[in-house]
Ligand binder design. Structure first.
Ligand code: 5GP
Ligand code: MG
Length: 178
């Protein structure tokens, strides 16, 4: 596959749509087994997770509900930074089995801000399903339960992930060309 340009940067093919589909099917299979007889509520984190969330839930055979929240993370001047809630959770999640769906868990800041908000509402259980996991970039102690791919600490676009607003529609995943 050819390199592509987005804004000022060149990206090169990293993971094919075919391989992505395969891994999403694997994860969905695990979720189908783990949640057999249950009716989890999937909470997708906008914007990035919309494609993975759509692919994942269509591969689920269990009963499932889906909702979205919109979170924006800011790199503050201090090391803690902050996460802004642009669209908040409307559902009553008390007693529910929650699967949070993310595009990528990087520093872990977004999840470390959102998880307490979820636990405060007394769900029965909470797990994190992420399209990509960058464990080597972690600054907050966040562990994922289902990850389609563990990737190195580098910048990727495609499959819902953007570079300055562009690239979310790319079916393959691309990596910043060194
Ligand atoms: P966090 O650092 O809070 O774990 O991740 C924050 C957000 O940064 C992610 O949800 C994602 O939107 C964005 N992000 C982190 N790494 C990458 C990357 O490699 N590419 C893109 N496009 N976005 C990323
Ligand atoms: Mg995100």
């Amino acid at each position: 596959m050819a390199d592509i340009q987005i804004h000022d940067k060149i990206f090169t093919s990293y993971i094919s749509a075919e391989r992505i589909k395969q891994r999403v099917t694997d994860i969905a299979g695990k979720i189908n087994t783990d949640y057999a007889g249950k009716k989890p509520l999937v909470i997708g984190i906008l914007n990035g997770s919309f494609i993975f969330a759509a692919d994942l839930i269509r591969a689920l055979t269990i009963e499932v509900e889906i909702s979205f929240v919109k979170l924006a993370s800011y790199q503050g001047v201090s090391s803690t930074g902050s996460v802004d809630t642009l669209i908040s959770l409307k559902e009553d999640i008390g007693g529910r089995d929650i699967i949070i769906v993310e595009d990528i868990v990087d520093s872990g800041q977004t999840m470390s801000a959102f998880l307490p908000e979820v636990y405060q509402r007394k769900p029965a259980s909470v797990k994190i399903a992420t399209f990509l996991d960058k464990p080597s970039a972690r600054k907050y102690a966040i562990k994922t339960n289902y990850a389609a791919f563990e990737i190195e600490n580098t910048f990727v676009v495609g499959c819902g992930l953007d570079y300055n607003g562009l690239g979310r529609n790319l079916p393959d995943l691309y990596i910043l060309k060194p």
